[in-house]
Design a protein around this ligand. Structure first.
Ligand code: HEC
Ligand code: HEC
Length: 313
């Protein structure tokens, strides 16, 4: 049956048959919107305040680092910090792009929501450990006093408000309008022929979507991924903007996208712990190239993250 279909496809000059993945099915992969929780509703002032805090080194113990240095790809290459980026848990800091789209499963499985993990972060050794110092530091800045009042409707700087503002800002770091999204929404020419073939490999031949599914290309579930010597399960990361990275996997094991794809296509390295969903895929070199091209189509519209002007004391 399949063979007959392929012959018909060849006769029909391929075009119509190249897309076994239905558009309707693909639509579930598009980012529609991000939900801001009712206990921390969106408002523009709060998001702007959160952005300032995200960039403000006052939040670090020695005043030498900020969240952005570790978490924003744009900043990592331009800003230097005396703090090594991987000081926490010896792992590569994930970009916070689309962090709101993980279904409440963060790298820390104990955390219930983004607010909780942000709070925990602010409390690490690198950042300010104690609530009093951080609140006092910010309280000394008149502009912050005004901004907190404007954002929350009443005066007062508290840890809870700091955490809420940063979380509200983080929910706005979304990668959208990628070529893939535009294609799914009807712009036929947004993907190159190679990317369309790569999408088929991703969905059907290599079944990457068993784990990388939904609008964030992540099932928000932890898996082992066949890295040598690693028994720990890692949450499936989003693949949006993945081609902008230069270190891959939680431990920075790979520096080239080609190497990551080779790793997954071959079902992980020999002798490592295997996830039942991780199987070698029989695909050609050409299909591997197409798959990489498809991953590139997941790059969102670039919206340079501008360094805000940090309020002076
Ligand atoms: C020195 C680097 C560093 C700094 C500074 C830093 N982080 Fe992180 N962050 C990490 C690393 C590494 C991870 C992932 C591993 C882990 O959970 O420890 C992480 C994880 C997170 C996560 C969970 C992400 C996910 O996908 O589950 C959030 C949210 C977060 N950080 C927010 C912040 C905020 C907010 C700040 C500033 C107050 C901050 N981080 C400062 C390195 C850093
Ligand atoms: C069993 C579930 C599973 C399957 C199947 C799977 N992945 Fe992954 N993928 C993961 C997990 C989990 C990670 C994170 C591993 C880590 O950080 O050590 C990951 C990481 C990646 C990364 C690196 C992302 C980053 O930010 O570092 C890429 C690229 C990737 N996968 C592509 C693919 C492709 C292409 C396929 C299909 C050939 C595929 N994956 C199949 C679960 C899966």
């Amino acid at each position: 049956m399949f063979r007959i279909l392929s012959i018909i496809c060849l006769l029909l000059a391929l075009q119509a048959c190249k897309e076994p993945v239905q558009k309707a099915e693909l639509e579930s992969f598009v980012v529609k919107n991000v939900i801001h929780p009712s206990n921390n509703p969106y408002n523009k002032d709060k998001v702007e305040l959160g952005k300032l805090l995200y960039f403000d080194k006052r939040l670090s113990l020695k005043g030498d680092t900020n969240c952005a240095i570790c978490h924003s790809l744009e900043i990592q290459n331009s800003e230097t910090s005396s703090v090594p980026r991987n000081q926490i848990h010896k792992s590569v800091a994930p970009p916070l792009t689309n962090v709101a789209l993980y279904k409440d499963v963060f790298t820390d499985p104990q955390a219930n929501d983004l607010e909780e993990i942000v709070k925990e972060r602010v409390h690490t050794a690198l950042m300010l450990k104690d609530e009093k110092t951080i609140v006092t530091r910010l309280n000394q800045v008149a502009e912050y006093r005004d901004l907190f009042e404007k954002s929350f409707g009443s005066p007062g700087i508290t840890m809870d408000r700091i955490v809420k503002a940063i979380s509200a800002f983080e929910r706005t770091i979304i990668s959208k309008n990628s070529k893939f999204d535009r294609y799914v929404m009807g712009e036929e020419s947004a993907l190159t022929p190679s990317q369309k073939r790569g999408m088929d490999v991703f969905m059907n031949k290599a079944k990457c979507n068993q784990c990388h599914n939904g609008p964030n290309f992540s099932d928000s579930t932890q898996h082992t991924t066949g890295l040598k010597g690693i028994t720990q399960k890692i949450r499936t990361p989003s693949l949006r903007d993945v081609s902008k990275k230069n270190e891959f996997m939680h431990n920075g094991e790979f520096t080239k996208l080609e190497d990551v794809v080779n790793h997954f296509v071959s079902g992980g390295s020999k002798g490592s712990i295997e996830d039942p969903l991780l199987k070698p895929a029989a695909i050609t070199e050409e299909e591997k190239k197409d798959l990489i091209e498809f991953l590139k189509s997941l790059e969102g519209e670039s919206h340079p993250l501008e360094m805000p002007k940090i309020p002076r004391a």
